[in-house]
Design a protein around this ligand. Sequence first.
Ligand SMILES: Cc1cc2nc3c(=O)[nH]c(=O)nc-3n(C[C@H](O)[C@H](O)[C@H](O)COP(=O)(O)O)c2cc1C
Length: 315
Amino acid sequence: MAPMFLVSNQAMVQKAMTNGIMGTFPTLNFREKGQLDSVLESLNRTKSCGTSGNYGVNLIVQKSNPLFDKQYKTCVDHRVPFYITSLGNPARIMDGARSYGAKVYADIVSMEHAEKCAKIGVDGFIAVGAGAGGHAGPHPLNILLPSLKKHFPHMPLIAAGGIGEGANILGMFAFGADGVSIGTRFIASTEADVNQDYKNAIIHSDQDDIVMTTRLSGTPCNVLNTPYVQKIGLDQNFLERFFSKNATTKKYFKMLIQLKGTKMLEEAIKPGNYNNIWTAGKSVEFIKDIKPTEQIIKDLINEYEKAKSDFFANI
Ligand SMILES: Cc1cc2nc3c(=O)[nH]c(=O)nc-3n(C[C@H](O)[C@H](O)[C@H](O)COP(=O)(O)O)c2cc1C
């Protein structure tokens, strides 16, 4: 279960752990004082009961994340077993995570990016392809996965983006993935703490309803094409682009844009909000119902098993 800003919560991660998969969440979902501490304590308690799955956190390692140092220390203090780094250099967390044997996987979107992360010594890649919910990569996974497998044959490889039903999982394994990371499917779970309109929009949309915007964070991000998204446009204006690139203003301007984007997203998941800017990927094509997290996991596994036996029956 992929980390999703403002969507992943403790209940979803606990369901993942007790149903045999890895549940992950962005540490930024717990920004209030003491909140991350108490969530990690609780997940470690669940884990100590001998769950078949496990949990991990996503750290935004970009310099513009003002909470990074504090949250990273909290994670190391609680001996978080698994880290996903995104939007920046994973080197910042390697020593702390390694000090007690945690694994670090890096989100990567290109071969160049993978090369850098491999040199840093990450334990695995999460290849984020075109069509993924959130910050999607430029490349389709049917190209990116086999190239990664060829160049880094021993690196564990997880596929992310566009996986909404079991047959997609089978396809990813065929392209060289060792596992899959699924986000959007879990927005339409009963446990996700987002408003009903957002969940309904997920189940009533298809792949053509997803558009890419730079308005939220400066980095291309897939969202549902709501009237509000159409109103504000998909691209940053000239000045925004200038301040994002200028060496002196870059760091602070990015912080400002991200803060603004976070506020927009926070408003959009509350009930009765009309300024709807909702993150989602093209896997909405396959998502047609809202179900408990546990059911989503079981269905995905059963669909995968069926897709596999159908495939072998037909060759
Ligand atoms: C609502 C939403 C929020 C996301 N937030 C984050 C995040 O905070 N950090 C991150 O690394 N990835 C984030 N992602 C990307 C997911 O971790 C994952 O790569 C993506 O969901 C996979 O594509 P899929 O949505 O098609 O399954 C987010 C995705 C969604 C849909």
